[in-house]
Design a protein around this ligand. Structure first.
Ligand SMILES: Cc1cc2nc3c(=O)[nH]c(=O)nc-3n(C[C@H](O)[C@H](O)[C@H](O)COP(=O)(O)OP(=O)(O)OC[C@H]3O[C@@H](n4cnc5c(N)ncnc54)[C@H](O)[C@@H]3O)c2cc1C
Length: 387
């Protein structure tokens, strides 16, 4: 496996164990069928609880039976899952960073007791409802509302592009509290079997096909006060969750790019044209050299992020830079790897084109590449260029 500057030599035992566990799980249980799932537009739901048993959900969180592993170990887990498929990493990211994290960080003791153990084992599945049909890059303009009604709230609105919505037991829904001054954004834990909740699958995707995506319609959905996340008010709530998930994406992208590189290198050494392996051509070597260099520099950035996160110095801007850089790198390099595989490269027998298609989603979700450019632009100049 590509690890050109020997970063993995410095891993501690815990990080190695998690990396190896995830690698083995992926190789034995997922990789053999992932091309079929991608073609069929299905996720291997039978593996959801096994991923829980292996500690893949919320593994960097503590308490409630959760593993509380280091940020490097968590990153390596995301890297190995995405080396198989971005859909697999998305499952773990959504469950851990977008559903368990807000409950852990902002939930009441009762909410934590109710949900964290079940989400951790995969007995329950969660989803994160922020994006709306008319509000993607600008979620603060959301139209979903929560109105006070006796002891609880009534929710109305619609969310779209929600990973796992059709199979979720609980949705973290972000809505404007229309009864409070200033209409702050608040987080609501909405069980998907409540009256008025419907979750339709979006089934015409050409990207992230091995992942279940859907809409959430909320029509006069009553939720009690105890379903409101008490510890957060305003956009800080959803944005802080996205920072956690984007951290995982910065690592995951390195894994998928590495998988493309490994396939391209192996293919170039095996494939003969003009009387010998195509790996002997300078044109092909240049592609491998560039790919290895780009992957290595992105890997270095991911490792640095882990150090900053571990000591509490990681900022959302650092994460924006890494998500933006590493995903663009993986998107570009997956295309080069595909190219090196010639005609065979457009089939599901090889991973690069599947990764390449997935990266159209990863480039877009959790803040598009453009939006992270603007985040960095504002940080570097002090001038916001969003509007
Ligand atoms: C497969 C998939 C899974 C997803 N899962 C989830 C999920 O689980 N939960 C969830 O809440 N959301 C999810 N999303 C939604 C995702 O986060 C949004 O698609 C993303 O935020 C972009 O929003 P949009 O699609 O509405 O695009 P838009 O915001 O309409 O953007 C369209 C284009 O305009 C550009 N643009 C927008 N604003 C600016 C600006 N100010 N300056 C310059 N360019 C700009 C964008 O970069 C983009 O290129 C998912 C999306 C996909 C595709």
């Amino acid at each position: 496996m590509l690890d050109y500057v020997g970063l993995e030599a410095d891993l501690d035992e815990e990080a190695r164990l998690i990396r190896d566990t995830a690698r083995q799980f992926v190789d034995e249980q997922v990789r053999p069928d992932i091309g079929d799932h991608f073609q069929a537009g299905t996720f291997p739901t039978d593996l959801i609880s096994e991923m829980g048993d292996l500690g893949f959900y919320g593994s960097n969180l503590d308490g409630y039976g959760l593993p509380n592993v280091s940020e490097t170990a968590y990153g390596l887990l995301m890297q190995e899952l995405e080396a198989c498929d971005s859909g697999l990493r998305s499952m773990a990211s959504v469950q851990g960073a977008l559903v368990m994290y807000p409950i852990h960080a902002y939930g009441s003791d009762e909410q934590k007791e109710r949900w964290l153990p079940d989400l951790g084992t995969g007995e329950a599945v969660g989803c994160f409802g922020l994006t709306e049909p008319d509000h993607g890059s600008d979620p603060s303009a959301m139209e979903t509302t929560a109105e006070r009604d006796g002891d609880g709230y009534v929710l109305n609105g619609s969310k779209t592009w929600i990973t796992n919505a059709p199979i979720a037991d609980v949705a973290v829904v972000w809505a404007r509290d229309a009864s409070a001054e200033g209409r702050p954004v608040r987080g609501f834990l909405v069980e998907t079997d409540r009256d008025g909740v419907t979750t339709n699958e979006i089934d015409d995707k050409l990207s992230l096909r091995a992942s279940i995506t859907g809409e959430i319609a909320l029509q006069n959905v009553s939720v009690p006060e105890e379903n409101v996340l008490p510890g957060v008010n305003g956009m800080k709530g959803p944005l802080s969750c996205l920072t956690q998930a984007r951290y995982g994406i910065a690592w995951g992208a390195v894994g998928a790019a590495r998988d493309c590189f490994e396939q391209a290198r192996e293919y170039a050494l095996d494939r003969d044209q003009f009387g010998g392996p195509i790996a002997r051509f300078q044109l092909q070597q240049e592609k491998l050299a560039e790919m290895a260099t780009q992957i290595t520099t992105s890997q270095l950035l991911a490792h640095r992020l882990a150090e900053l996160k571990e000591r509490g110095d990681l900022t959302p801007k650092h994460v924006s830079m890494a998500k933006r850089n590493n995903v663009r790198m993986a998107r570009d390099q997956s295309r080069i790897a595909r190219e090196m595989l010639g005609g065979n490269g457009i089939t599901t027998d090889y991973s690069p084109m599947r990764h390449m298609a997935n990266f159209e989603t990863v480039y877009t979700y959790e803040g598009t590449h453009d939006i992270h450019t603007l985040v960095l632009g504002e940080d570097l100049t002090g001038i916001a260029a969003f509007e």
